[in-house]
Design a protein around this ligand. Structure first.
Ligand SMILES: Nc1ccccc1C(=O)C[C@H](N)C(=O)O
Ligand SMILES: [Zn+2]
Ligand SMILES: [Zn+2]
Length: 208
């Protein structure tokens, strides 16, 4: 029997959205009665709502878009670590963990305390995290908050330094029920050709 943990946030009307960004909406735009055969849904949302990946084009006009990212990074072994109660995380906090040989690192910060509201403060990554993680061989970082940077950041130092170190970004995962350890991660982006990111269905399977 395989166990699997869904670490995706639910997408429904009223789901917390980046302040000022497009609200989430799903509607049946063409009912079964109207079409004569099927209900047809219509989706409107920001790409950065809920559990999603960022493509570098999100913060760099010349950056790669979703289809140019390496799919392999979104499937495979991942280590979950827990670093709670910190306003930020950098090389100093990360040094406490064994990360050699890890490609995908998911950090449980527990800092998005009320999942029904967009947070006002989150644990963010300092700009020495990127170089440190790259030195360890990490290629994907996942966080349980809507951003790897402070919410009011305009320069997005963490986004840029992670990208400069070829580390892909997964945001808004729900790790509230996930014990630190090693898992298989699956968090595939949609084939959105022009997009700056993509919602993902993220799951973890224990490694047996
Ligand atoms: N949706 C936004 C609207 C305005 C300003 C920032 C955002 C973001 O999404 C930034 C966040 N760091 C992100 O990558 O998801
Ligand atoms: Zn994003
Ligand atoms: Zn981001």
């Amino acid at each position: 029997m395989t166990t699997m943990f869904d670490i995706s946030r639910l997408l429904a009307t009223g789901v917390p959205t980046w302040p000022g960004d497009t609200p989430f909406s799903y509607e049946v735009s063409w009912t079964k009665e109207q079409s004569g055969s099927v209900n047809v849904g219509k989706l409107t949302m920001s790409i950065h709502t809920g559990t999603h990946i960022d493509a570098p084009f999100h913060f760099d006009n010349e950056g790669r878009k979703v289809m140019e990212l390496d799919l392999e990074l979104y499937i495979g072994p991942a280590r979950v670590i827990e670093i709670s109660g910190k306003s930020s995380i950098g090389a100093e906090e990360l040094k406490a963990f064994e990360l050699d040989g890890i490609t995908r690192l998911l950090i449980r910060t527990n800092s998005w305390t009320n999942p029904n509201e967009f947070p006002t403060e989150i644990t963010y990554l300092r700009d020495d995290a990127g170089p440190y993680l790259a030195e360890k061989g990490i290629r994907l970082i996942g966080v349980d908050v809507p951003s790897v940077d402070p919410l009011d950041s305009k320069v997005l130092a963490a986004h840029h330094t992670l990208h400069a170190n070829d580390i892909h970004i997964l945001e808004g995962i729900d790790l509230a029920k996930i014990a630190p350890g090693d898992y298989e991660l699956i968090a595939l982006p949609l084939p959105l050709v022009e997009a700056d990111g993509s919602p993902v269905r993220a799951i973890l399977r224990p490694l047996t």
